[in-house]
Design a protein around this ligand. Structure first.
Ligand code: PYR
Length: 356
């Protein structure tokens, strides 16, 4: 069987995952307009390639927060990888390490941060975090990932409440009894039982606000990246509050249906930030030319969510490597065909602006 593009892996995963698991990952909020628009918005953008630029030697390397990676493609935090492959996040981490790419591990991982670190000790890892009502619980997780060599914290800010995902409600989706959110073992002792996602109920704090960025700053020296920014106003606040990066994200269209596609939000954010902090993007990346468009519009790196789960479903670590390698190869080809020899040559001039 030969899978040659991300859509082939998607078809495989749809065919092979249990229906409720497939639907959990595929879900968007409400009518899924934003989930679908994340992909369609890339298809509305047209490129202005340059010719005769000697693209015989190509270099896709870049850096994120000072660390070199082989390509501006990273793994976004997604939950419950053991639903897709027995050793779940450990396979994901090994694939990222093998290709020298960045892996952002989810708090809702089904392997612990210790297991993930042991599986890929040399890999570049960031940790995705929520702020809990009991700040000490967030702090405990921070201490663990600091000790394990994670290089940054990625604070998710678009989930004061979980979006309404119709298929999860219809399926009564829940983690099967043999799987656990391993990071929570021993952490939530005394809290009331798990919700459908295996997380103790009523622990996330919906009152979180910008002042909590100051709290986070006060408890860690790790760089802070905020995930879930969609406007220039919030991007400016992120700069003012002194974080090191933002991920332009709408949580894969799983939170507020009808909000902007991430690639449509990127331009105004990159313009206001003006390189003062790093700007990244997730949502809707399916081809190398999608990566090219995002980098051209100001992203330093893009992140993949659902495709990583499709890769895991196909063949664990090998499948995730397959996804990452295909996208890296497609990005290199798109760069060459547009006359860019390295990532710093990918810029806004590549983007066609329609005249009204
Ligand atoms: C999600 O299912 O979207 C989570 O963030 C866990």
């Amino acid at each position: 069987m030969s899978l040659i593009c991300l859509a082939d892996f998607e078809a495989y995963a749809k065919e092979n995952l249990p229906k409720a698991t497939w639907e959990y990952y595929a879900a968007g909020a409400d009518e899924c307009c934003t989930r679908d628009d994340n992909l369609q918005a890339f298809r509305r953008i047209r490129l202005r390639p340059r010719m005769l630029r000697d693209v015989s030697v190509m270099d896709t390397k870049t850096t994120v927060l000072g660390e070199e990676i082989s390509c501006p493609i990273g793994i976004a935090p997604t939950a419950f990888h053991c639903l897709a492959w027995p050793d779940g996040e450990m396979s994901t981490a090994r694939a990222a390490e093998a290709l020298n790419l960045l892996y952002v591990a989810s708090t809702y991982a089904t392997c612990s941060v210790e297991e993930i670190s042991q599986a890929a000790p040399e890999g570049l890892r960031w940790f995705q975090l929520y702020v809990y009502r009991d700040r000490k619980l967030s702090e405990q997780l921070i201490r663990r990932v600091e000790a394990l060599g994670f290089k940054a914290l990625v604070l998710t800010v678009d989930v004061p409440y979980t979006g309404k995902r119709r298929t999860d409600i219809r399926n009564n989706f829940r983690l099967p009894p043999h799987l656990k959110v391993k990071n929570f073992e021993g952490v939530f002792e005394g809290h009331s039982g798990p919700d459908n996602y295996g997380v103790p109920v009523n622990t996330l704090d919906p009152s979180v606000s910008w002042k909590d960025i100051c709290w986070l700053r006060s408890v860690t020296k790790l760089p802070i990246v905020i995930k879930g920014i969609l406007t220039k106003e919030d991007a400016e606040l992120a700069v003012v509050y002194g974080v090191q990066g933002i991920i332009v994200s709408n949580h894969g269209g799983r939170q507020l249906d009808g909000e902007l596609a991430t690639i449509d939000a990127l331009s105004e954010i990159a313009e206001v930030v003006q390189g003062r902090i790093e700007v990244y993007l997730d949502g809707g990346i399916r081809t190398g030319s999608d990566v090219l468009k995002a980098i051209a519009l100001g992203a330093k790196c893009v992140f993949l969510g659902r495709p990583i789960v499709w890769g895991l479903t196909y063949k664990g670590e090998e499948g995730v490597k397959g996804i990452l390698q295909i996208l890296t190869d497609e990005f290199r080809l798109s760069m060459a065909l547009s006359g860019c020899r390295n990532v710093s040559e990918v810029n806004r001039n590549l983007i066609h602006v329609a005249k009204l």
